[in-house]
Write a new protein. Structure first.
Lengths: 565, 149
């Protein structure tokens, strides 16, 4: 049933014609508009004003439904934030496990409601701190975790049965999850109480984040091993977080972020079904991760379109029956790339606006960036301000009191439809290539992202995209930059400590048991078995991250990207 | 592109490199593209390069300028190592510039070890292109002087 009857629309059409003929030109003569054409960050042209005419034939129940009901455009729960505020989950970690344990406790003390670990580069690509490639990189962008012992220190005085933890980790995800499970076991926490998320999304590594290790096929296989094992053993774990965030940060438009992320999800659903799993068995545990950029309404439209599209995909393409299988549950992070080194305090404002878009878009959890991140991982104060920003939005503004308050806005509904339509066209193209794994092997999304990022930079250069402090309201001599109090830590000392610790672990372990565990892992990889039980076994025998990843590299090889630009 | 990029005839050649194991390649690729569009010859070596690999590539490719992109925070140790390797290879005359997430207090120490310029996020492509062009011309002028032309 269309929302507006044809007769009223015809009347409105005449009114708009009159307005455009008689009223608008007079105003334009007196006050010309700021630009010839207005577009969103994705380059979607937007009109002066939106009316019911832009929603001709709009069927409310088909497009929106009610909160907690198909197609979930308005939200996946019937009560949303009226019942429970989104999870405030701050991505954090630096130095060694001791520093990170302190930071986690600091954030919990100030009201953070979920944990999220940032790992350093060596950990992200599966190297031990004494690997030659790790030199100078240990503990800088996140915490160094080469062994189960490090994981234990990170969660000192934190009960893993009472918190949920996100781990932003990809090729080594099975190893880090095994560390976490082993620590939980040691704390006496039963498997059914272990909650959290492993990012474990290999496709976007090739598209954007570039912390790949194995070639695409085995990378996907290993990730799906983790998903399958987790579904059967850890009922509260989200084994995968299908991520648009990095794709967007690497330069994609909002439309591309939406399309590529859902196409990645489609690929994973097919991979899991090919293992003989029922869609309603695993789909409720799939989760997503998006960027909240600065073009406010476009982001809100993106989140709403994503929910509706995923519900359709799951029900109509894959025959899901459970409501939970159709829910697009997602985490959001504000846009790191929107932050500026110039006049850095303004980043607090940008982050607040982006966080508001995420909330109005119905996110399940949220990370807000700290204003000092164009320079380094955040200081305590900067991280606290970022967390407090969420608390202001949640408890002062009233935006959490009504579900999907922008639903029904002519503009937002039109833009939601437009984003959806444009994303479907990209998904269809990927489908014709044989799905995202094939598209990635052909380099298609990689090229698209590279192209879009250059396009954006040129628009900034030409003044078509304005950034305060960068190409408008610049300050030539910036005293303020020098006043940002940055996080200080002795990286060299931390690296020495981490190298020493991993060596001590290697010396102290039962050598025969360790050797057996790694050779069992290698044989399992050669036979194509699910690797999770073997990796967990190796972790418990104190095999290090680098040793486990090294064993797997021996079987699967490593990926080298052709350097295209 | 229209105008010849250098006064000395041969096209300016720039090596764009990612040092260390950081995968953030958006900036490197955008810069590589901008330099190419400005008429330079660009060699992009891809991610996960060691200082030794970058120094050798610079010498083998006989480049005029090296542009390094780093968002990992590991710039102090990697840049120190790169400058050392260039010296060992007798290539200290190749000017090196750095761009990325660099804390302000690190800029002076980086310049002291020989990094010619540090570009923070938000620097315009035009500014980077012009800077690279100037460094290349200085290097070539110096070479001509040495060769007594």
């Amino acid at each position: 049933m269309p929302l507006f009857d044809e007769k009223s629309l015809e009347r409105l059409e005449k009114e708009i014609e009159r307005w455009e003929r008689e009223v608008v030109p007079q105003w334009l003569k007196r006050l010309p508009e700021r630009m010839e054409e207005f577009t969103t960050l994705s380059g979607i042209p937007v009109k002066r004003v939106y009316t019911p005419l832009d929603l001709r034939g709009f069927d409310y129940m088909e497009k929106l439904g009610l909160p907690g009901e198909y197609p979930y455009t308005r939200g996946i729960h019937a009560t949303m934030y009226r019942a429970r505020i989104w999870t405030m989950r701050m991505f954090s970690g630096y130095g060694g496990p001791e520093e990170t344990n302190q930071r986690l406790k600091y954030l919990i003390k100030h009201g953070e409601t979920g944990l999220s670990l940032a790992f350093d580069y060596p950990t992200l690509i599966g190297l031990d701190p004494d690997d030659p490639m790790a030199r100078g990189e240990v503990g800088i962008v996140g915490v160094s975790v080469p062994t189960v012992v490090d994981m234990e220190v990170i969660f000192r005085d934190i009960n893993l049965g009472e918190v949920t933890t996100n781990m932003t980790i990809n090729p080594p995800a099975p190893v880090l999850l095994s560390f976490y499970v082993a620590v939980a076991e040691k704390q006496g926490v039963p498997y059914h109480k272990i909650g959290g998320t492993t990012q474990n999304d290999p496709l976007k590594e090739f598209i954007a984040q570039k912390s790949y290790v194995f070639p695409p096929e085995p990378a996907v296989k290993i990730a799906m091993d983790l998903v399958e094992w987790s579904i059967r053993n850890l009922p509260k774990w989200n084994p995968i977080s299908i991520s648009g965030y990095h794709i967007r940060e690497a330069g994609a438009t909002a439309v591309q972020e939406l399309a590529f992320t859902l196409a990645d999800g489609i690929e994973y659903v097919r991979q899991l079904r090919a293992r003989g799993m029922d869609v309603d068995e695993f789909a409720p545990r799939l989760s997503f991760f998006f960027d909240a950029h600065i073009n406010f309404f476009e982001e809100i439209a993106k989140f709403r379109a994503a929910r509706r599209m995923w519900a359709r995909i799951m029900r109509e393409w894959f025959g899901a029956r459970k409501a939970r299988s159709m829910w697009l549950r997602f985490h959001t992070q504000t846009a790191g790339v929107s932050l500026t080194a110039q006049q850095p305090w303004l980043n607090i404002v940008r982050t607040a606006i982006e966080a508001l878009a995420a909330v109005l878009g119905g996110t399940q959890s949220l990370h807000t960036n700290a204003f000092d991140e164009p320079f380094r991982v955040p200081s305590e104060l900067a991280a606290k301000i970022a967390l407090r920003t969420q608390q202001v939005i949640a408890y002062e503004t009233g935006v959490a009191d009504v579900i999907d308050p922008l639903g029904g806005s002519y503009y937002v509904e039109w833009l939601t439809d437009e984003m959806e339509e444009r994303a479907w066209r990209i998904i269809e193209r990927i489908e014709r290539m044989g799905g995202m794994l094939e598209a990635v092997k052909k380099g298609y999304p990689q090229r698209e992202v590279t192209e879009a990022s250059y396009q954006f930079q040129r628009e900034v250069e030409e003044g078509k995209r304005l950034i305060v402090g960068v190409n408008i309201f610049r300050e030539e001599d910036e005293e303020e930059i020098r006043k940002v109090p940055l996080l200080e830590f002795d990286q060299e000392e931390i690296e020495r400590r981490q190298v020493e610790r991993v060596r001590r672990v290697r010396e102290a372990r039962d050598r025969a048991r360790w050797e057996r565990a790694l050779s069992e892992l290698r044989r399992a990889a050669e036979r194509g078995e699910n690797l999770m039980p073997y990796i967990l076994g190796a972790v418990k025998a104190y095999a290090t991250l680098g040793e486990i990843m090294g064993t797997l590299k021996g079987v699967y090889g490593t990926y080298v990207e052709p350097p295209i630009y | 592109m229209s105008s010849p990029p250098s006064t000395s005839g041969k096209r300016v050649k720039v090596l764009v490199a990612k040092l260390g194991i950081d995968g953030h390649d958006r900036g490197a690729k955008v810069i590589a593209r901008a330099l190419r569009d400005a008429g330079f010859e660009v060699v992009y070596t891809g991610i996960r390069q060691t200082p030794m690999q970058v120094a050798m590539a610079a010498v083998q490719e006989d480049v005029d300028v090296i542009g390094v992109s780093m968002l990992s925070g590991a710039h102090m140790s990697h840049m120190r190592e790169l400058m050392k390797r260039l010296e060992e290879l007798g290539a200290s005359d190749i000017p090196v510039v750095l761009g990325g997430t660099i804390p302000i207090p690190d800029i002076e120490p980086l310049k002291r070890i020989g990094v010619r310029e540090v570009f923070l996020p938000g620097t315009s492509l035009r500014e980077i292109v012009e800077h690279v062009r100037r460094l290349a011309e200085e290097k070539r002028a110096l070479e001509r002087e040495i060769l007594g032309q």
